[in-house]
Design a protein around this ligand. Sequence first.
Ligand code: HPA
Length: 246
Amino acid sequence: MPEQYAMIIGSGFEEFATGSELQTGETRFGSPSAALRSTDIAGTPVITLARHGEPHCIPPHAINYRANLAALKSAGATSVIALCTVGVVSAIRESGEIGLPDQVLDFTWGREHSIFDGSDGQLQHIDFTEPFSVGLRAQLLHVARSAAIDCYDGGVYATTQGPRLESAAEVDRLERVGADYVGMTAMPEAALARELGMEYACLALVVNRAAGRGDTPIHDDVEASTESARSLTESLLHAFFESIGA
Ligand code: HPA
């Protein structure tokens, strides 16, 4: 069976969520953030979903992650590339760059983070030693290297609750516990994808230095850096899906 790729599209990158609407019903967890769409990137069919809704208005803590992942699963997705905007905590990246984190820390609370809620008599303790799919990350990194696209291999993604950004002291603490990136959405997304048996890789789009890390006000940093992250992302996705179709 060939892979069916899907992309979950994060803040500010909604133009990647294009294509014709797929017929998607409710899931047992409710409705996804937006219509699932079917598009074609470099000859490969891809399902897209705007994580924060269309228009962008669902904050990270209020996203129905279970419905999003369940809807992708029932649309036939087997492999999910998640575009996640992040701030950078450590020195591994600069604003405007991209990376593929290989570990996660979860500081979120109050989110529905498992499909195993006891309602149907099923329970699984998924192995989450490698929270992001090793194979899908390796494929993306291979393509990035072959196409000379600068994409950092690894790093720890700390997931905060949002929707506010962090204080400088919170970012200092995140760095002390090993974080390289900070974002608000990779969890519980990655865990739900694993529970549902889908590959999942998080493409971290660095749009700012995390609080207390740069001289520029964060929103100015985001404005100055988004275009560069967008262009790297576009190049990587194009090269990736071209390599799949080849
Ligand atoms: N913190 C949390 N989430 C983010 C940030 C940040 O600095 N930038 C983009 N998403």
